[in-house]
Design a protein around this ligand. Sequence first.
Ligand SMILES: N[C@@H](CCC(=O)N[C@@H](CS)C(=O)NCC(=O)O)C(=O)O
Length: 281
Amino acid sequence: MSYPIDYTTPDIWINNSENGGTFANINKPTAGSTHEKKLPVGKHPLQLYSMGTPNGIKITIMLEELLALGHSGAEYDAWLCRIHKGDQFSSGFVEINPNSKIPALVDYSIEKPRRVFESGAILLYLAEKFNELIPNNLDERTECLSWLFWQMGSAPYLGGGFGHFYKYAPEKIKYAVDRFSMEAKRQLDVLDHRLAKNKYISGQSYSIADIAIWSWYGQLVLGRLYDADKFLSVKEYPHVIAWANEIDNRETVQRGRIVNQSPNDQFNTLRERHNMSDFEF
Ligand SMILES: N[C@@H](CCC(=O)N[C@@H](CS)C(=O)NCC(=O)O)C(=O)O
């Protein structure tokens, strides 16, 4: 499909469902379920419905961290939600996330099972539930949450903005690529300044802020997101690269980042994760 360059906006927008692009078949301007289907429930206290995107792996990394810290209550089943096939619009998924986006979690360890959606809210829920990976001191905790919310507000410019127009849009639009490349580089520079003076994002200790930010910006500078490391000259951000490599070396991160991924020629992946032994390849 070709787009007119002399486009002017009509008085009222109407949905052109054949708008092309990688996500054309799942985009729709309405909320709610499209089909009846219950979600599967496994044997563990925590049930995760997700896919191995940057937002998805935040949660599997967090759960692997909690298990490594000895919290058996963090055992989980990770079910694949195929967003390109519309699984996020099933009645069961919409019940646990009315916004139809992965990741979504249900905690069955409590009397009335609790749903949690939005990756930042899930990270915070798990950090508070297990009292891990979030500073206890109010001052440091506030810094940690500031960066967590920074990530939640910033990543849509990187993913929905830069990544979409650089990699997925059916046509390369210079204005859009320029606008979002500028913003992606500015955000990387924000992180580089921060990490020049601090070992981890919220200070001296590794926290949910690192997990959230690494999943997007760490993977970007490691060349795993949008194949854009060269295009964005990520070598200009040495502190981000050093921090990204250090986190990448954690065994918990190596486990968490391969969960709910499609088969890959370059590294082992897990479509679903139900037990620690699933990682024994
Ligand atoms: N702010 C949300 C964003 C979640 C999100 O955008 N998820 C994407 C995959 S990374 C998704 O489910 N997309 C499916 C769709 O847009 O229909 C979060 O952080 O949880």
